[in-house]
Design a protein around this ligand. Structure first.
Ligand code: URA
Length: 185
């Protein structure tokens, strides 16, 4: 069984794909490593690559704003991504890049044993819920994977371009809040 230290060292030493050669920083995760709730995005953007932390750019600020408003306390969640190194130009990670990186995420699942996993956007849902995941049809629905509750919501960057969907995102996050309350009451 790996420890968080092993996992971090494995991520830092990883050179299984080309992304590791151009990334400034390996972005492993932020938040409480013992939380019951895990958010999984797609991959680091420019700001995340600079800072070595996930969701710290514009989309991340919107995500934090929503989390604070619901509210979720900062120690109630952990945030990570499908790929830990930045795909240049903010393109989607390729299948090969995602498959090479998924073992790191699986180790994060093993260490954290989250009760609830929330996929931020279609790419994350594609790898964690279903390969043909349709975000507009299936966001906001609960899926059960081996006793873990999983839901996909819109990617925060999508909301920056589609303000009217913020209401939908609010409602989905309220459902996540309710589900988390079931585990902590
Ligand atoms: N978008 C993502 O999917 N992840 C990040 O960490 C930042 C932006």
């Amino acid at each position: 069984m790996v420890t968080w230290n092993d996992l971090k060292n494995e991520c830092l030493a990883c050179n299984k794909c080309e992304l590791s050669r151009t990334a400034k920083n390996v972005v492993i995760g932020r938040g409480n490593e013992n939380a019951s709730l895990m958010f999984v995005g797609e991959g680091p953007g420019k700001e995340e690559d600079e800072q070595g932390l996930p969701f710290v750019g514009k989309a991340g600020q919107l995500l934090d704003h929503l989390l604070n408003a619901i509210p979720f306390q900062p120690d109630e969640y952990y945030i990570t991504n499908i790929v830990k190194c930045r795909p240049e130009g903010n393109r989607d990670p390729s299948d090969e890049e995602a498959q090479n990186c998924l073992p790191h995420l699986r180790n994060q699942f093993r260490l954290m044993r989250p009760k609830i996993i929330v996929c931020l956007g279609r790419i994350s849902a594609k790898y964690l819920i279903h390969p043909d995941f349709k975000i507009t049809q299936n966001r906001g629905k609960w899926f059960d994977k081996g006793g873990t509750k999983m839901m996909a919501v819109y990617h925060p960057a999508y909301l920056l371009r589609n303000e009217k969907e913020k209401v939908t995102q609010w409602n989905d996050f309220m459902e996540i809040r309710k589900a988390l309350n079931e585990y902590i009451k």
